[in-house]
Design a binder for this molecule. Structure first.
Ligand code: HEC
Ligand code: HEC
Length: 215
């Protein structure tokens, strides 16, 4: 008998034992605009039609962030190493494939805040500006822009942009690292950055970063 023919039953067995291999999961755009049909509501309801976020509500933009970063954050919400009452149940109902697909989708959307020449800073001597641009070396805090790019627009894939995100969102993240509600950052880099920031400094740097590259 032809050697190849003897392999067919084995192949069929393998196929029937793994139907999940072929179960269609929704694509990234469908999840973003309609949800995944399993508990994750449409992302754009909060993160904006184009993933541009919602400054008034404090929802961050997702457009143009690196797919790696987005995937890591969704996985962190799902595992609880990043805590948030709204995002944890949503991320928890996304499969690994859903997470990969929706991360890819938002990563590919254009984002004006991340383009063009650096915004002309309105104030360069305020407390927030000094922290972002120079840091607070006496307390071991490097400039935010040292890691987040010279203009705060991020360095993909590991350092997300920090400019133009809602002020309340930035402030919440810095406080979350101080309290341990967000503990998923690689090498604990952000945890050590925020350790010696006062509440006043957090407010100032959040206000400064939010105002840069505002749309
Ligand atoms: C009901 C509103 C709401 C919906 C719907 C929603 N989100 Fe969120 N999302 C939030 C809020 C609020 C935060 C900020 C959480 C925090 O402070 O940690 C957030 C944060 C995120 C972050 C972290 C961004 C960053 O810069 O670190 C990602 C990624 C994210 N959401 C992805 C999604 C995806 C994908 C969906 C759809 C499957 C979705 N979200 C649906 C409200 C929502
Ligand atoms: C030593 C490098 C480093 C320095 C310095 C640094 N960051 Fe970060 N930052 C990171 C990394 C890495 C992440 C991504 C964490 C993750 O993947 O969860 C991050 C994430 C963030 C985020 C979350 C963005 C989002 O979309 O959720 C904010 C906000 C932030 N940093 C603000 C700051 C501020 C403000 C400063 C200056 C006071 C600063 N960072 C200095 C490395 C750094």
């Amino acid at each position: 008998m032809n050697k190849n023919l003897t392999r067919i039953p084995l192949l069929l067995l393998a196929l029937s034992a793994s139907p999940w291999l072929f179960a269609a999961s929704p694509d990234g755009q469908t999840i973003a605009t309609q949800g995944n049909g399993k508990g994750a509501t449409a992302c754009i309801a909060c993160h904006g039609q184009q993933g541009q976020g919602n400054a008034d509500a404090g929802y961050p933009y997702l457009a143009g962030l690196s797919a790696d970063y987005l995937r890591n954050q969704l996985t962190a919400f799902s595992s609880g190493s990043r805590k948030n009452a709204v995002m944890q149940p949503i991320a928890g109902s996304l499969s690994k494939q859903d997470i990969a697909a929706v991360a890819e989708y938002f990563s590919g959307l254009p984002n004006d805040r991340l383009k063009g020449s650096a915004a002309t800073p309105s104030d360069v001597s305020g407390k927030g500006a000094v922290l972002a641009r120079n840091g607070k070396w006496a307390a071991g805090v490097p400039a935010c822009f040292r890691c987040h790019g010279a203009d705060g627009r991020g360095v993909a894939p590991h350092f997300p942009p920090v400019v133009g995100q809602p002020e309340a969102y930035i402030r919440n993240q810095l406080v979350a690292w101080q309290t341990g509600a967000r503990s998923n950052d690689p090498l604990g880099l952000m945890q050590s950055v925020v350790k010696s920031l006062s509440r006043d400094e957090i407010d100032a740097v959040a206000r400064y970063l939010a105002a840069q590259s505002e749309k």
